[in-house]
Design a protein around this ligand. Structure first.
Ligand code: GAL
Length: 416
């Protein structure tokens, strides 16, 4: 009987303790747009986190929609409603700084960067992109490249064409392909991928100095060179599929893979999709080249995670950020994601042929930042660029689009 009582007391104690383990501290909610096909790299990182911290239950909240178009809206509601996720995905740079840093809703992560030795492990240019107002605001997990043109080597061979090196060459190749029955040589998807194509055309026409000039204010948005960007862009659009607005970026990539189109301009998450999800071999199943006119320039963007003020599980979030920024974490995530590590000491032996070539270009090329993926322009401009694009698509007037962009630039004080 005494024994039985003892067992009962132990059981009651155990129940109490296990109720205790369901404390707020033992969960972690992370928030991102890496759902479905975009999920495997994040899942691998979560699996590692769970192995390291088995007592913490990870809640993986995702909102589908490439480049975060839908996730950002949901995040806004949550942040303003006082219900921030413990850590959320955000592009390094103005996308975070111009919004939640300015609103004083983020924790300064400088102490973490110092204690983890990250000031030496991340490239100084990247740390400065993450810094403003005396703080460092998020932990970068990768480097993606925006200006890549994808194709299937065997298909190009069959059609007798090469990846074009300039946008003029592209337009000539487009006519050749149309003559061979390829109705829409360049596969395009929903709205944000149209903006994504624009930034590669702009970089190709303006060159890196001209591109940077747009953001420092040295090149006005209605300069003749920029009007030329819109004119070229219009001709490029005439080489794309009419049903673009109904396709996700993966579906546009699929069009190219199936041979309905010859090319697709997309960031190198497409390499992640093709190698991790579709199991294609880089160089055989798919080939790549810098987007026309952008050889020698690497248009970068970086996915990062930040720590909002007042989260429910701060300690668990700090452990998450530590894993994200570690060499181990980056080398688990990036080979699957189609990106290279943000750190300088990653083990390239773990990366496929495409990623090794991206790593080489990241080191040797001129690096510029992406507009569409939050790196280079203030949020106030980036979020209004969609309106400029609508004006262009509705009227197809290069001058009207350039003037609209210049008006927004003026209004938000771009380059000042
Ligand atoms: C980018 C993001 C990438 C990828 C892509 C497509 O903005 O940086 O990691 O998720 O969108 O959704």
């Amino acid at each position: 009987m005494k024994r039985l009582l003892g067992v009962m007391v132990t059981a009651a104690l155990a129940a109490l303790l296990s109720a205790g383990t369901a404390r707020a501290e033992d969960k972690l909610e992370i928030f991102s747009w890496w759902a479905g096909d975009e999920g495997p790299a994040l899942q691998a990182l979560i699996d590692r986190y769970s192995a390291l911290h088995p007592d913490i239950k990870v809640i993986n909240s995702t909102v589908t929609g490439g480049s975060g178009v839908n996730a950002r809206a949901v995040l806004k509601t949550r942040m303003l409603g006082g219900d921030p996720p413990d850590s959320f995905q955000v592009h390094a740079g103005q996308e975070l700084i111009g919004t939640w840093v300015v609103a004083k809703r983020m924790e300064d992560l400088t102490p973490l960067f110092k204690s983890e030795g990250w000031l030496k492990q991340f490239p100084p240019g990247l740390v400065s992109l993450l810094s403003a107002r005396g703080g460092i605001w998020s932990v970068p997990v990768n480097i993606h490249r925006s200006n890549v043109m994808w194709y299937v080597p065997a298909n190009l061979k069959r059609w007798g064409v090469e990846p074009p090196r300039t946008w003029d060459e592209f337009l000539a190749t487009c006519q050749v392909l149309k003559g061979k029955g390829v109705k829409a040589p360049l596969a395009l998807g929903e709205n944000w991928t149209v903006n994504h194509l624009w930034e590669s055309v702009a970089l190709g026409v303006l060159g890196p100095e001209g591109w940077n000039g747009l953001w420092t204010g040295k090149v006005r948005m209605d300069h003749a060179k920029v009007v030329k960007v819109w004119e070229t862009f219009g001709k490029v659009l005439d080489c794309t599929n009419a049903d673009a607005s109904g396709l996700s970026w993966q579906q546009a990539t699929d069009r190219m893979l199936k041979g309905d189109a010859a090319f697709n301009v997309m960031g190198d998450w497409a390499a992640g999709y093709m190698s991790t999800t579709l199991k294609l071999t880089p160089g055989e199943g798919f080939g790549w080249a810098p987007a026309p006119g952008t050889g020698g320039t690497f248009m970068m963007l970086s996915d990062s995670f930040g720590l909002p003020k007042g989260v429910k599980h701060r300690e668990a979030a700090l452990l998450w950020l530590k894993l994200l920024g570690s060499r181990e974490g980056q080398d688990i995530f990036n080979p699957l994601k189609g990106s290279i590590a943000a750190r300088l000491d990653s083990d390239l032996g773990k990366y496929n042929a495409y990623l090794q070539s991206a790593a080489k270009d990241w080191k040797g090329n001129t690096v510029v930042g992406s507009l569409v993926h939050g790196a280079v322009a203030p949020e106030s401009f980036g979020s209004q660029f969609g309106t400029v694009m609508e004006i262009y698509l509705n009227g197809r007037s290069a001058q009207a689009a350039a003037s609209a962009a210049a008006a927004i630039a003026e209004q938000v004080g771009l380059g000042r």
